[in-house]
Each structure stands twice: as C-alpha cells, then as structure tokens.
Design a protein around this ligand. Structure first.
Ligand code: CA
Length: 230
C-alpha cells in the first residue's frame, strides 16, 4: 500500500521561522506549503488540500484566530497547530476556543513541534506515522514515550528521548552539534554546543551504549547512529 505523504501548510510571516520550518519539515519527509500572510493562507488551506496547518497567531493581515474560525465555519476539519508568542493561560485557551487542535508557544523546539504534528496526523489516521521505532535491541514508542533496551525499560529525560528518537529515525546520518542544538532546543537557543555532548553522554549511559557504540562520535563532525544491522 502506498504511504501518503502528509502535506503541511505553514501560515507564518517571520522569515527565520519560515526557513526553520520549511527545512525541518521537508527533511522529515513532509510536503510543505508556505503562506506568508493570512489571506494567502486561507486560499492555500482550501486549494492546497493540506493534511495539517501550522498557523501563526500574529500575522500582518488577518490574525490566526480569525483564520481558524473562518476555516471551521467553512466546515474544515484539518488539524491546526497554533503558534503563539504569548504565554498567558487566557491566550492559550482563546487559541483552542477558535477550533485549533493544539498550540505551541514560541520559542519552540523543532522536535516538540514534530511530536505534536505526528500525534495529530496519527489521530487523523495517517498511515505514515509509525509509532514504534526499532534498532537492534532498542525499541522506542513515540506514542507512549517508552524506551526499552533488550526488553528492559530505560528512563530518559525529554531531551534524551528526543535525541534518541532523532537518531533512530535517521540512522547513519551524521548530525552536527549545531543541528542537534537547533533541533532539540529551538531556533533561538544561544547556549554552548558542548551541552549536546553532555546530553549524549547521559543518553549513552542510560541505554548502556558501550563501544563499539550505536551512537558514534564522528570526529570533527558530530554524532551518528551506526547499527551493524541492515
Ligand atoms: Ca507572526
């Protein structure tokens, strides 16, 4: 059976975030449509048949809440994730009242966003959203957030879990520290890149990743998951 590639419409006006989302979502295998303002967003929401919409609250013309209300008024049931820079509880509630399925507060990490996208697409019945990842004797369930090595549960922090999920989804790919920082901590994280080494070191300890390791250090580059299995 052919697996349908999910199409995601991003309605957002900030160039940095547009690029961050375009690159990341394409890499994850999604088909990406971009609308830099609300009017175009509404057009693409109808004509572009997206499977999910990422909708910024603050847009130059029509705000995100109005867009979402319009979509729902027209009978659209497409899952909507609202991006908001506001953090107060009232704003979050009003975001959901409009018919948005989820919201995420800026600044956000790409992994957090992707986790929510996957959850919403799974709920909507997308076949491509596999819940169980397996490499050698490690299993990672993206729905229950459970990790097991050789059948025994491994308790990871959310950051360690995100790192392991990223490696397991893209075996053999070399991730630089900068990429990992960006993916795990968000596009505006300004900490030192050696924080990545600290998290990787904890992750290796917890999954008892002894040499020759699954998560290899690629000297001068970063990290990569190398399995002997094919
Ligand atoms: Ca905006």
């Amino acid at each position: 059976m052919a697996v349908k590639i999910a199409r995601i419409l991003v309605i957002e006006d900030e160039p940095t975030i547009i690029e961050f989302l375009r690159t990341g979502l394409k890499y994850e295998g999604y088909d990406v449509l971009i609308a830099p303002e609300g009017k175009r967003g509404l057009e693409l929401a109808e004509k572009g048949t997206p499977d999910l919409i990422i909708l910024d609250l603050m847009l130059p013309d029509i705000d995100g809440i109005k867009i979402c209300k319009k979509l729902r008024a027209k009978g659209s049931i497409v899952p909507v994730i609202m991006l908001t820079a506001k953090t107060s509880v009232e704003d979050k509630v009003s975001g959901l009242d409009t018919g948005a399925d989820d919201y995420i507060t800026k600044p956000f990490s790409f992994e957090e966003l992707v986790a929510r996208i996957r959850a919403l697409l799974r709920r909507a019945g997308h076949k491509s959203e596999t819940a169980l990842l397996e490499i050698e004797d490690i299993t990672l369930n993206t729905t229950s957030m459970e990790v097991k090595r050789n059948g025994k549960p491994v308790h990871l922090t959310p950051t360690e879990f995100s790192l392991l999920e990223l490696f397991m989804r893209h075996p053999k790919r070399v991730f630089t520290r900068e990429t990992l920082l960006n993916r795990i901590f968000g596009y505006d994280f300004s900490g030192a890149t050696n924080i990545v080494d600290v998290h990787i070191s904890h992750l290796r300890d917890k999954i008892q990743d002894k040499p020759p390791r699954l998560i290899r250090t690629v000297y001068g580059s970063g990290y990569s998951l190398q399995s002997e299995e094919e």
